[in-house]
Design a protein around this ligand. Structure first.
Ligand code: PRP
Length: 185
């Protein structure tokens, strides 16, 4: 059975996502210049697909770096516990930082990252997320650029996983309930 058979419905098509990414890139193109030389900080793993499509529409010089933090367990619930598993290679003191996330849910992950990066004295820190679930927020997060607001549903595809799979789907969708039952049984 194909992974596509596991999808109950599509929330955002590939075309919708790509169109929105172009718009987000235009917002960044209007705000940053070569002289800013911002550092795009991709929060792995989920944001890697978003970042790689986004940067190909940017027309200002920038650099990229990556962080891995743990937040969720392997299931669908946020634990609220955040640890840095892989830190930035770049010294961000005096740098303009743009955090690139795939989704903000409770806000615990970004709240931790934000405070952690601020202790390193960057010139600025802004946040871009492809998906935003404000109804789930437990900590207020200053989101500067947001692709789509979504309802409180477990979504996957375009970088987002269920049990580490489905990240390669070119759209964002919702799983059939029987998939959870199958894998959790
Ligand atoms: C997801 C997402 C955010 C975080 C958001 O990552 O990429 O980092 O959860 O949740 P929160 O707002 O409730 O903290 P996840 O831990 O699933 O890792 P992944 O990107 O490697 O899939």
């Amino acid at each position: 059975m194909s992974m596509f058979d596991d999808i109950e419905r599509v929330l955002f098509t590939e075309e919708q996502i790509q169109a929105r990414i172009r718009e987000l890139a235009e917002e960044l193109n209007a705000q940053y210049t070569d002289a800013d030389l911002p550092l795009l900080v991709c929060i792995l793993k989920g944001a890697v697909v978003f970042l790689s499509d986004l940067v190909r529409h940017l027309n200002f010089r920038h650099e990229m770096d990556f962080m891995v933090v743990s937040s969720y367990s392997s299931g669908t619930c946020s634990s609220g516990v955040v640890r840095i598993l892989l830190d930035l290679e770049t010294n961000i003191e005096g740098r303009h930082v743009l955090i690139v996330e795939d989704i903000i849910d409770t806000g615990h992950t970004l709240n931790y990252i934000l405070h952690n990066l601020e202790t390193r004295h960057p010139a600025s820190v802004r946040i871009m997320t492809l998906l935003n679930k404000p109804s789930r927020r437990e900590i207020d997060i200053p989101v500067d650029f947001s692709g789509f607001e979504i309802p409180d549903e477990f979504v996957l595809g375009f970088g987002l996983d269920y049990a580490e799979q489905y990240r390669n789907l070119p759209f964002i969708g919702v799983l059939k309930p029987e998939v959870y039952l199958r894998t959790e049984a």
